[in-house]
Structure formats: structure tokens, C-alpha cells
Design a protein around this ligand. Structure first.
Ligand code: SF4
Ligand code: SF4
Length: 429
């Protein structure tokens, strides 16, 4: 998508500032009223969604040129989509798509920051975002004797993703997922070192062509494997499969489920039993990529006429159909667990700080954003912050280590595993 496709949006942004705040009807307190980490952290309007509309328009009209400050504004953005949802409460604009087109324009014009250069080089050379050897991608599964989907058929292809594949601190979570799948008798396989990045990050950084190549790679693997379902525990990968791939015209030939959706199914089918009373008060963080950003792609082709009217009428993604209820349904089935909600939840969720290449390029901004969320979690009185994305877990775990905040960080699968106890063993027997 080219930036010029969004000129109407940038001209007709009402400069109303709604993109900075939680919907006034849903607002609970002033303390947690903001939705945009970028403008909350850097304060100048230019960092907000509204500001980026001005920046993009200025570039398109030749009134602005690339400078270090301009790139700072473009890249200090988590692409979390909170502004996009808020804008669509009243306007029919596409800020988030415009941001991605703006980044693609930066790449086209050779305006890339060194941290992202490293990232994209790593993706091109090693198929992952960390600069780690591709050959080590499957090392986490050593000794587990899991089915190799490249050689044997399986009903379910378990896509691991870059973060879980290479982050040693999260290895227990990943192995826990495997434990649950095995205990529930799921016929699944992994691609091991043949697995590649989903390409979601490449798309976010503005490398649309590279993202398409990764999508084709996953498409080919799913097709060759004959798997009817693809399950992933990574929210970033999930959003790429559910939204970015169809946007690029590269739908996967299989049902795509996040692990939380698959857990709900296993529980419903009685293949997994939660028997242990955990006696724990938790709060739940909606990962952006599992929530508002996973809302399915809605195809539309047409044009804008007078007053910006869409012909034919266009249906917008307004944050309504993200995966919000499923994780909560699973949490509510865990015996002895009380769910205390934060103020900014579901489509208004505050980002963990990791998205859009911010974690890699601006660690201070990423960690400030995560700390904000930890503070909100603490305000509920919860003993644990539960989430369902390895990027969020990394950000929150680092934040808690740094601040010493008295709260545990748990993946939803860890909570389920703890509660499965005997139920899990029973299914294994
Ligand atoms: S909410 Fe939308 S229309 Fe209003 S300032 Fe933000 S981007 Fe512009
Ligand atoms: S995507 Fe997120 S960080 Fe970027 S401008 Fe919108 S709300 Fe702010």
C-alpha cells in the first residue's frame, strides 16, 4: 500500500485528539485515561496519531523532509492500534494502515534506523528477528521427540514463532504448551529449524515485500503438511496469520487458532480438566496482537467519492471482534482464580511496549510503557498479571525485575498447567 492512498485520511483528520484517550463513555479514572504510549511518553502532539497524520501530509506535499526528528516520530510508535480504534469511533479513517504505508515510504526513500537495519538483515539471513542462527530455531524441542511436520503428517501444526523459539527465559512456557497438547492427546507436529518468522514484524517495519515472502513460506509449509489447524502461542504471529496474510492476499489453507482458543476447545471437549484450586487473584492483559489487531481482515475494493464516501460502502475493523472473551473464559474455568479487571481492557488495552520495532530500537520507551501497565495491574490488587503473548511476557518480566513490583507474570498456559494437575496426568494415562 502506498502512502498516497491515504492522502484523504491525512487531510480529513479532524485534529480532534480522540485518538489519545480511552472512549469517554468507558473512562474510569484520569490516571489510566490515555491510550497512546507514544504521546503519553513524549508529550509533543507530533508523536500522537493526529501528529503523524500531519507529518505524513507534510511529506506527501513536499512541505517536510526527512530528518532525525521526523524519523523519531515515525518509529517511536508501537503500532499498537489503540488510536486507530478510537479514531474509528467517529471517523472513517485508517490511521494504522497509514502508519505502515508511511514506514514503507521511509524504506523506499532509504530512511531506516540502524536498529531496524539489524532486524531486517537478521530476517533476511536467519529467518528470525534476533540475529540468531536459523539452525538453532528448533533447539528448544531437543529431547522431546516431537513429530517433525516436514516428514510426517499431523492434524495440527504448532507454529512457535521467533520469541518463544529463542528466548531461554520463556522455555518453560513453551514446553508447558507442549505438555498440554500431549496430555490432551492432540496429534501435532512442529517445523523445528525449518520454521521461519511469520513476517509480521517485517510488515510493521515497512518491508511489505519481505512480509509477503514469509507469508508464502508459511503457506507452503501448511499446505505440504496437510494440517487442518495451525495453532500458535504467539499473538504477533496470530495477528499476522489472521489479518496481515489476507491483507497481502496470502490466506493460510488451514483453520488458524491462538493457543487460548485451542485451550478453550480442549476444555469444552473434556480433553483437559482443571482440578487444582489455585487460590489466586489475577488480572489479564489483552495483548494488542491478540485483541484489537487480530480482528479479521475485511476485504474492500472501491473508491472514495464526495465527502469521502466509500463506494461501495466499506466495513471497518473497529476493535469489536478481537480475541477478548476467550482468554477470560479460560481464566474463569480455573478453580480458585479471581479475575480483577484493569481499567484499560479489550480494545482500549494499553500496549506492553514491545510492538512496531520499539523494543528493539527504543528500549527505554518500551520499558516505560511496560512499567505503566504494571502499575495499572497493581492497582487491581492482583497477585499475578496473566497474558497470552511472549512479547508481552518478556516486557513485563523485565519490568518487574527492574522495579521489584510485587506481582507475578504468568502466561495463560502456565495458569492452565498449574490448574490441570491431576486432570492432566489422567489424560496422559
Ligand atoms: S481521532 Fe482520528 S480524526 Fe481525530 S485527531 Fe485522531 S486521527 Fe485525527
Ligand atoms: S499505534 Fe499506538 S503508539 Fe502508535 S500512535 Fe497509535 S496509540 Fe500511539
Amino acid at each position: 500500500m502506498s502512502l498516497t492512498e491515504f492522502e484523504w485520511d491525512t487531510v480529513n483528520c479532524a485534529r480532534c485528539s480522540l485518538c489519545k484517550w480511552v472512549d469517554p463513555w468507558e473512562l474510569t479514572s484520569e490516571r489510566f485515561a490515555k491510550v497512546c504510549p507514544a504521546v503519553a511518553r513524549y508529550l509533543f502532539d507530533a508523536y500522537s496519531c493526529q501528529g503523524k497524520m500531519d507529518v505524513a501530509l507534510g511529506l506527501m506535499r513536499g512541505e517536510l523532509e526527512f530528518t532525525e526528528s521526523l524519523l523519531d516520530i515515525v518509529y517511536k510508535c508501537n503500532l499498537c492500534g489503540a488510536c486507530d480504534i478510537m479514531c474509528k469511533r467517529s471517523r472513517e479513517l485508517e490511521p494504522l494502515l497509514m502508519f505502515k504505508a508511511l514506514r514503507a515510504k521511509c524504506i523506499e526513500d532509504g530512511q531506516i534506523i540502524p536498529e531496524h537495519m539489524f532486524l531486517i538483515d537478521s530476517l533476511k539471513r536467519e529467518d528470525n528477528v534476533f540475529g540468531e542462527p536459523k539452525s538453532k530455531r528448533g533447539a528448544w524441542a531437543e529431547g522431546l521427540e516431537l513429530k517433525d511436520i516436514n516428514k510426517k503428517k499431523a492434524e495440527v501444526l504448532f507454529h512457535v514463532g521467533c520469541r518463544y523459539s529463542y528466548d531461554a527465559d520463556l522455555l518453560d512456557i513453551l514446553r508447558g504448551v507442549v505438555d498440554i497438547l500431549q496430555a490432551s492427546g492432540v496429534d501435532f507436529g512442529i517445523a523445528g529449524s525449518e520454521e521461519a518468522c511469520c513476517g509480521g514484524r517485517a510488515y510493521e517495519l515497512g518491508y511489505q515485500g519481505e512480509a509477503g515472502n514469509f507469508a508464502e513460506d508459511v503457506q507452503g509449509r501448511v499446505k505440504a503438511s496437510g494440517a487442518t489447524t495451525l495453532v500458535t502461542a504467539c499473538s504477533d504471529c496470530y495477528a499476522a496469520f489472521k489479518y496481515t496474510y489476507p491483507l497481502l492476499g496470502k490466506e493460510l489453507p488451514a483453520e488458524v487458532l491462538h493457543i487460548t482458543e485451542y485451550l478453550e476447545r480442549l476444555l469444552k471437549e473434556g480433553r483437559l480438566n482443571l482440578t487444582q484450586d489455585l487460590g489466586l487473584k489475577v488480572t489479564y492483559h489483552d495483548p494488542c496482537h491478540l485483541g484489537r489487531l487480530s480482528e479479521p481482515y475485511i476485504p474492500w475494493e472501491g473508491s472514495r467519492g464526495a465527502y469521502g464516501r466509500h463506494t461501495p460502502p466499506k466495513e471497518f475493523r473497529r476493535g469489536t471482534f478481537g480475541c477478548y472473551d476467550t482468554p477470560r473464559n479460560v481464566i474463569r474455568q480455573v478453580p480458585g482464580v479471581e479475575l480483577a479487571e484493569m481499567e484499560r481492557i479489550r480494545e482500549y488495552s494499553w500496549c506492553c511496549g514491545s510492538g512496531g520495532g520499539v523494543w528493539e530500537a527504543y528500549p527505554e520507551f518500551a520499558s516505560w510503557t511496560a512499567a505503566e501497565r504494571i502499575e495499572e495491574a497493581l492497582s487491581t490488587g492482583a497477585e499475578a498479571l496473566v497474558t497470552a503473548c511472549p512479547w508481552c511476557e518478556r516486557a513485563f518480566k523485565d519490568s518487574v525485575v527492574e522495579s521489584g513490583a510485587p506481582i507475578k507474570i504468568l502466561d495463560l498456559t502456565e495458569l492452565v498447567l498449574l490448574a490441570a494437575g491431576d486432570g492432566k496426568k489422567k489424560s496422559k494415562e
